[in-house]
Design a protein around this ligand. Structure first.
Ligand code: 8YV
Length: 313
């Protein structure tokens, strides 16, 4: 397969890069000085694109690659891929579901604990020597808090299961009620936010879910409420979130994702009721390796004309 051109859209993971390099003719898009020139010269050899949560395959890239057969994403989220364009052109698309579910759900619970129990802030208290001058402030109990989840897919369910172990009543919003699920369903995100203590964003990013957490939702969650976002930055109207936190209209937030990564609104840096992470939901050695194996497995299956392991399109 070493004559098959594979374009990696951005740096992702060194193991994935090595494995792609071993098997295919690998092009690293981020090292290319003139992208248009590069695409024009290599358009006849690139048959696959590997994208992720930061860079994928938009309509322009798909149009520029007439021999493109497959886009294999090193992510479960598909928001950086123009799925309609791929469908129209008969280009296959795969992602990496399941293998990262546990890690992302673990991180969501970690963020809930970190915000309510002020784990990062109290760690800073010890490191700065402030403990010697007095005990740390009391924090907020997590066990038993009402957890509301936007999007009850694989990751949402894994978060619910974990929160149940902390005796948290679970409620959710999704486009339609899931008849087989016993958690309380709210047909609007505002209603869900008004009835929970912790609101978690765990749905895919689409046109419909862009800014699904807006000013009304934030106000409904209220000054004691906590927002956890392990989905995508654009799920949340970020300027609204920042002003609500600064004005204490929202109790706190645990954020793994931001609207304009890696840029994070600096107003958040001085707040002790927020925990800010650099998009690390799936970021364990084990999971990133499993994601890479799935990307390779899908590409190999495609070029050997076998069924794809995790097809989307
Ligand atoms: C990654 C993700 O952060 O799966 C997703 O949708 O956001 C992530 O797992 C990313 O794609 C890794 O490069």
């Amino acid at each position: 397969m070493d004559s098959i051109g594979v374009l990696m859209a951005c740096p992702m993971n060194s193991y994935l890069e090595q494995q792609l390099d071993k098997r295919f003719k690998l092009f690293r898009f981020w090292t290319v000085p003139d992208k248009s020139l590069f695409l024009a010269s290599n358009k006849d050899s690139i048959q696959a694109v590997v994208g992720n949560a930061s860079a994928g395959a938009d309509a322009e890239l798909v149009e520029a690659l007439p021999k493109l057969e497959i886009v294999a994403s090193f992510s479960v989220g598909l928001d950086k891929i123009d799925l309609a364009k791929c469908k129209e052109k008969g280009i296959r698309v795969t992602n990496t579901p399941d293998v990262l579910t546990e890690d992302v759900a673990d991180l969501a619970i970690g963020l809930m604990l970190a915000v309510l129990r002020k784990l990062c802030e109290s760690d800073r208290y010890v490191r700065s020597g402030k403990w010697k001058k007095g005990d740390y402030v009391l924090t907020t109990k997590f066990t038993g808090k009402e957890v509301g989840i936007i999007g009850l897919g694989r990751i949402g369910m894994a978060i619910a299961k974990r929160a149940e172990a902390f005796s948290c009543p679970i409620s959710y919003y999704s486009r339609t009620k899931k008849p087989e699920i016993n958690y309380k369903y709210y047909p609007s995100v505002v209603e869900l936010a008004a009835h929970c203590d912790i609101l978690v964003v765990a749905c895919p990013l689409t046109k419909e879910t862009h800014h699904i957490v807006n000013r009304d939702v934030i106000n409904a969650l209220g000054p004691k409420g906590v927002l956890i976002n392990i989905g995508r930055g654009p799920h949340v109207d970020e300027p609204e979130l920042v002003s609500a936190l600064v004005e204490h209209r929202l109790g706190g937030a645990g954020l793994d994702v931001f609207e304009n990564e890696p840029y994070v609104p600096e107003e958040l840096f001085g707040l002790d009721n927020v925990v800010l992470l650099p998009h690390v939901g799936s970021g364990t050695v084990e999971t990133r390796e499993a994601m890479a194996d799935l990307v390779i497995g899908n590409l190999e299956a495609h070029f050997q004309k076998k069924p794809l392991l995790t097809p989307v399109v």
